[in-house]
Design a protein around this ligand. Structure first.
Ligand code: ADP
Ligand code: ZN
Length: 435
């Protein structure tokens, strides 16, 4: 039986949800227009007044907001509440450039933690669970968000933060952790360390993992599920919209339900800004309709995915987003071909390799080069030079089939690639250094 944290909202009819969104959107636009000069200017430039927004059908009239705007307005330019009403800041990981900061009132924190509580309950969490949070704590939203959600659900919360992986496993075993929250790349590392320490899944009590903050493939999911003996759930969010918990996976594991009572999603064509119908892939845009201190309207996430209103077996009526395959700025253009690191990950794991890999792109003699290093499996250590070359060739040809371009594959020794305790860095684009 599927359980819910907030059954009324999570299973609300489409009409009721739209009504709720309409009311909240109208109030939010007014709040933003009155309190944020930066927004007022953007709206005035576009010739749109708060009165023009009468329901979610008018959403398209509002200007977009981008990460560049956030950097422009840093630090206080988008603040919609007096500083005296704010109780917290968090900051992005800075994966793609200068960090941006987000502000929270106490109410904002409550709503955010509530979203995380929905995710934990959807993963089967109750007050009987021991929830080990090894997302980073601090400015990064992962730790604080899941920590708060775990408290709300009443789980015994282990605020481990990331790092010190052997200690993670000792605590996991000693305290009988049942739910693990971290990035998928760190989950893979924890799984690997568990086995390196001589334990098996019989030695731990974990049943579920809530993993997000970076793209990960279905193949990666299956590999983590096997090594930790759990069901792995995806969770999505970004600092700009509070943090993790904007959307979360249910038992069906076919995409993440968006907390639509707080965030209205749209999918747009990233080139033209045109709104696309459900079912088409494009850039995800969010309008936060309940946030007080840092409410972003039509914020362009740069994450690429698809929305679906297909009925879900869990009973939730909240719209679902597919796993983002990466950000538009993660996409590499190599010899004119669009390449997502996640496509390479799919091939590597399918071919029986571990998710420890590094992609290096360069331009040599005016030609783009693609080098993929992946760790060989321990049993391949004794293979002859010729055998290794053949393995590399066959992996290169599998990648070529997926991407249409030929990579150079390097099988490296086990453990040669640095493990990630947070967001994994899987791509080095040296072409940028030459520019
Ligand atoms: P930064 O933008 O510096 O990485 P954040 O820590 O706020 O800062 O990261 C938010 C981003 O992380 C999202 O925009 C998205 O690209 C990525 N992300 C978060 N959760 C997921 C997920 N479940 N799947 C794929 N990508 C994710
Ligand atoms: Zn569902």
């Amino acid at each position: 039986m599927e359980r819910y944290w907030n059954q009324e909202i999570e299973t609300m009819s489409r009409e009721d949800m739209k009504k709720l969104q309409d009311e909240r959107l109208v109030a939010q636009v007014k709040h933003v227009y009155e309190n944020v000069e930066y927004y007022r200017n953007l709206m005035d430039e576009k010739g749109v007044k708060p009165e023009d927004i009468k329901s979610t059908d008018d959403l398209y009239k509002l200007p977009f907001l981008t990460k560049a705007d956030l950097r422009d307005a840093y630090p206080y330019g988008l603040l919609a509440k007096p500083l005296g009403d704010c109780v917290r800041i968090q900051s992005t990981s800075g994966t793609t450039g200068k960090r941006v900061v987000a502000f929270y009132t106490q109410n904002d924190i409550d709503l955010w933690e509530d979203c995380c509580a929905r995710a934990i309950v959807a993963a089967g969490g109750t007050n009987e669970d021991v929830c080990q949070v090894c997302y980073g704590y601090g400015l990064f939203t992962g730790g604080p968000g899941l920590n708060g959600g775990s408290h709300k659900v009443g789980c015994l919360t282990l605020p481990m933060s990331s790092g010190n992986t052997e200690r993670q496993i000792t605590f996991m075993r000693d305290l009988g952790a049942t739910i693990l929250c971290c990035t998928p790349s760190y989950a893979a590392y924890i799984g690997e360390t568990l086995h390196d320490m001589g334990y098996t899944t019989d030695d731990i009590k974990l049943k579920a993992g809530i993993f997000g903050a970076e793209p990960w493939t279905e193949e990666m999911r299956r590999s983590i599920e096997k090594s930790l003996g759990i069901k792995a759930y995806d969770i999505y969010g970004l600092t700009e919209t509070s943090g993790p918990g904007v959307s979360f996976e249910c038992s069906e594991q076919t995409g993440m339900h968006i907390n639509e009572d707080h965030f209205i999603p749209e999918i747009i064509n990233p080139e033209t800004g045109e709104v696309l119908p459900d079912g088409e892939t494009g850039e995800l845009v969010f309008t936060s309709i309940t946030k007080e201190a840092f409410p972003l309207l039509r914020y362009r996430t740069r994450d690429l995915c698809v929305l679906s209103r297909k009925k879900c077996s869990c009973g939730r009526t909240l719209i679902k987003m597919s796993k983002p395959m990466g950000r538009s700025d993660d996409m590499l253009i190599i010899r004119g071909v669009n390449v997502f690191p996640s496509q390479i990950e799919t091939v590597l794991i399918e071919q029986g390799y571990s998710p420890n890999y590094l992609i290096e792109v360069d331009r040599i003699n005016n030609t783009d080069t693609l080098d993929v290093s992946v760790e060989m499996n321990p049993e391949q250590l004794s293979a002859s030079k010729d055998d290794i070359q053949n393995l590399e060739k066959s992996l290169a040809s599998a990648i070529k089939t997926m991407l249409g371009i030929n990579p150079k594959v390097h099988l490296v020794n086990p453990k040669a690639i640095t493990r990630s305790e947070g967001k994994a860095v899987r791509v080095i684009d040296k072409r940028k250094l030459h520019d």
